[in-house]
Structure formats: structure tokens, C-alpha cells
Design a protein. Structure first.
Length: 370
């Protein structure tokens, strides 16, 4: 802990761009394997009403009265124009949301383009940031995407979809599912290949007897253990680009005891930090305490934290505060979030945003330079 404090003190003196390369709370780096079979079955068979399916990252609609009241977006898009968020594999083998400038076609054309961006060495390889790649086999083509009245996207690939590494089977399902369910009108995904509906994946036999949803989780750690009466939460850690300059956020699914406050449980998982060697960085110190999580009648979730490291600090690391906002938004219905730290109602990040005021999850997550 003394070592962490020393590193953090040095980083806090730097400008935000330097924080990204300084690795504020240090980095832990182990491959993420598919979960045990019983966990796999449990997560694929849930009804879709669990904590993982409660919303997608995106801006909360604000009217002029909200803006006048001081409601702000925590991460205003730095680049003009529409973007599309897709889930790509990073240098450590993790899936992360990346916002790309893809063609904004009519109807389902945008959905087809977002899936095409997932193809290894595909048509959009030149617009992927350094260190990221698609997980669909090279040569995969998206023949068609349609959306049913039940908000299930039916995706048809060509036969090249079957030419994947068996070890990547679950990762492919996660990438496709999380990419498509990032759209408001899509809650589930069904896969077809060359005109035939898949009831299971061709190589490892992952069951596809019902539409896939975000309830399947993402980036499950190798050490995931089946917990009786457990529920799943998704938290957001930070990671650094290959050059160490740019930070981005990575969702990770964790199991927590069922029946408790899922948001508070998720925040406690943030404090626990990354579990293995996968390039993820701690976004909080292990001295951070979640004092309370309260949902107000106005739809704003207030998160009260305590951490003596930041007593008297005029600014708090952006990565810490953004991870809290992303995590709370993922485990609620995209609620607005305001943070209290050591009892203070003004909590200014190193990005000069006051997180003491209600903020929303960013519309575009991880806008990274090429």
C-alpha cells in the first residue's frame, strides 16, 4: 500500500494525458479462459432479466430543464459525427468497446457494418486502433441482419464463420452479442449460417437454443467459480494502449452473492481490482470504501465513497471516476450518477468534470486514435 501511495502521489501531479501512461494504481497482468462448463450453462440459460441485461451504455436523454439544472455528460465526444461502438479484442485478449467512424447506412446496413468491423483482417481493418482486432474468422461475410418484433436480431453469416479457433468460440459470441445489443432496439441475438439456424456452435457446441443476451457476461476470469445463489455484475477497469499513452475501459463480469445491492457489490469488485494477469489496471485503491449507494426519486444514483488518499485533493483521477460511472450505468437502467468523496459534494476529475453533479455514461465509449 505504501508503494501504491508513492506512485499515486507522483501521478496526481501530472496532467491527464500523463496519468494515462503513469498507471495510477499499478497494473496486474493471465489469459482469460472460457468459464467452467456449469458456469457457461448457467449464464447462457438465464432469462435475460438479470443485472447484465438492464441497459446499454449510452447517453441519457436530457431536456433543456435538465441542462439548466446542471446535468452534464461525463464524457463529451471529442470528435464530431456519428460513431458506432463495437467490441474488439485488445492486445491482452480481452474484449473492449471501441467507438469507430463507420458508415451510417439506412435500415440494418449500420448493423451489418458493425459486424463486418469484427472480422479479422476485414474491410474495416484500417479504421481499428492500434492493438485491437476483430474476432470473427477472416473471410466471414454478413449476409443479412433483421430485427424481429421481439427485439431479437437475426444474423446470417456465410460458411467462413465456422472457420474459427475453438478456443475463441465464447469470445466470438460475446463480441457479436455485446456489439448488437448496444443498440436500443436489440435485446437478443440469434445466429444463422448459410440459411440454417444454429442450435449450437459448430466446434465447441456452445448451446444456442435461445437468443443470446448480455446475461451471458463478458471477459469472465479464468478463476470464475460457480456460486450458489449468485448473480452477475459487470464492472469497468482501465487498460492502456500499446504505447501506454491512451487509457480505455474494459468490462469484466464477476459473480457476487445474490439478494444484495448489485450496484454496491459491483463497486466493491472495482475496489478488489483485477484478478489476473490481463493488462487491467486498478482504478481504485484498496483503501477505498463504499459508504452508501442511494437511488433518488429523480433517477440519479448517488455513490458515496471514502478514501483517505484523496483527503485534501483538488482533483481525482479521471479513470477512477469514469469507471464508477460506467459500472453504475451498466448495473442500472443507465442511471445518471453523482459521486460524493469523503463527504464532499464537489468531486473534480483530472478531466475538469465535476462528478459531484449528475453525469451520464458516455455516448461513445473508448474513442481511440488510430
Amino acid at each position: 500500500m505504501k508503494h501504491i501511495r508513492g506512485v499515486s502521489a507522483a501521478c496526481l501531479l501530472a496532467v491527464p494525458i500523463m496519468l494515462s501512461g503513469c498507471s495510477l494504481f499499478g497494473s496486474e497482468s493471465a489469459a482469460v479462459d472460457p468459464p467452467p462448463g456449469e458456469v457457461e450453462a448457467q449464464m447462457l440459460q438465464v432469462s435475460g432479466e438479470g443485472t447484465l441485461d438492464t441497459g446499454v451504455l449510452g447517453p441519457v436523454s436530457l431536456d433543456e430543464s435538465d441542462l439548466a439544472a446542471g446535468v452534464k455528460d461525463a464524457a463529451v465526444s471529442a470528435a464530431a459525427g456519428e460513431r458506432t461502438t463495437v467490441y474488439l479484442e485488445d492486445q491482452h485478449g480481452l474484449l473492449a468497446p471501441v467507438s469507430l467512424a463507420l458508415p451510417q447506412g439506412e435500415g440494418t446496413a449500420m448493423l451489418e457494418d458493425s459486424l463486418t468491423a469484427l472480422v479479422s483482417k476485414g474491410a474495416y481493418k484500417s479504421v481499428l486502433p492500434e492493438g485491437f482486432q476483430g474476432v470473427l474468422p477472416a473471410g466471414t461475410e454478413v449476409n443479412n441482419v433483421s430485427i424481429g418484433q421481439d427485439k431479437v436480431a437475426i444474423v446470417e453469416f456465410n460458411s467462413a464463420f465456422n472457420d474459427y479457433d475453438p478456443a475463441d468460440e465464447r469470445k466470438i459470441l460475446e463480441a457479436v452479442t455485446w456489439t448488437l445489443t448496444g443498440q436500443e432496439d436489440i435485446q437478443g441475438v440469434q445466429l444463422w449460417v448459410d440459411g440454417k439456424k444454429l442450435t449450437e456452435m459448430p466446434l465447441q457446441g456452445t448451446p444456442l437454443d435461445r437468443p443470446l443476451s448480455r446475461a451471458m457476461g463478458i471477459n469472465l476470469p479464468k478463476q470464475s467459480a460457480l456460486m450458489m445463489n449468485s448473480s452477475a455484475v459487470t464492472v469497468y477497469f482501465s487498460a492502456a494502449s500499446p504505447d501506454g499513452i491512451h487509457q480505455y475501459y474494459v468490462p469484466v463480469t464477476r459473480f457476487v452473492p445474490a439478494g444484495g445491492d448489485s450496484v454496491k457489490a459491483a463497486l466493491n469488485e472495482l475496489i478488489a481490482g483485477p484478478q489476473s494477469e490481463n493488462g487491467l489496471e486498478m482504478v481504485m485503491t484498496q483503501g477505498t470504501v463504499v459508504d452508501s449507494v442511494e437511488a433518488g426519486q429523480n433517477g440519479v444514483v448517488t455513490v458515496s465513497l471514502k478514501d483517505e488518499m484523496f483527503e485534501g485533493s483538488t482533483s481525482v483521477p479521471e479513470e477512477m471516476l469514469e469507471s464508477v460511472v460506467l459500472t453504475v450505468a451498466q448495473n442500472t437502467d443507465d442511471a445518471l450518477v453523482q459521486i460524493r468523496l469523503n463527504g464532499k459534494e464537489t468531486v473534480t476529475g483530472t478531466n475538469n468534470v465535476d462528478y459531484g453533479q449528475p453525469v451520464s455514461a458516455p455516448e461513445y465509449v473508448n474513442e481511440l486514435p488510430l
